[in-house]
Design a protein around this ligand. Structure first.
Ligand SMILES: [Cu+2]
Length: 149
């Protein structure tokens, strides 16, 4: 009995070890403000980390939004309008983040866990933040992949 407990303990420790190995450091992308009047002090980051098992977790940390306002955010693929400025490329949505609302201070945190293949390469060219009420209003964009192809 004692012996098997020790073996179990060692198995648990090696599992923890491999988890720690896979907790790679996130890559952080910085949102830039688009040339629009909406939310002039909006800013934030997107932290992206792969779990090593085919999933990628992206955490958006935003501030300067309109308090209490509803937003949507997406990964977009590189579009046809630029091959060097993803945010100006006008690409289609690859994956949507969960809908979210800015808190009373205009901050928001939103997480997306998605299959790595859905945002691989040109599919994950940029992340933008839209007004939920009018998706044509896009205060923020974070370029992720700077060159098409
Ligand atoms: Cu979008």
């Amino acid at each position: 009995m004692k012996g098997s407990n020790i073996v179990l303990g060692m198995a648990a420790m090696s599992l923890l070890g491999s988890c720690a190995m896979m907790m790679a450091k996130p890559t952080t992308y910085t949102f830039k403000h688009n040339a629009v009047e909406a939310d002039p002090s909006a800013m934030g980051t997107a932290a992206v980390v792969a779990d090593g098992m085919g999933m990628s977790k992206t955490t958006l940390t935003l501030s300067g939004l309109t308090p209490g306002k509803a937003y949507i955010a997406h990964y977009h693929a590189f579009g046809p309008d630029s091959s060097t400025d993803p945010c100006a490329s006008n690409g289609p949505v690859s994956v949507g983040f969960p809908n979210f609302t800015a808190d009373a201070t205009g901050s928001a945190k939103v997480m997306l866990s998605t299959d790595v293949s859905k945002i691989a390469g040109d599919l994950g060219a940029y992340i933008n933040v839209h007004y939920a009420s009018d998706p044509s209003v896009v205060p923020l964009c974070a370029p992720v992949k700077m060159a098409k192809g």
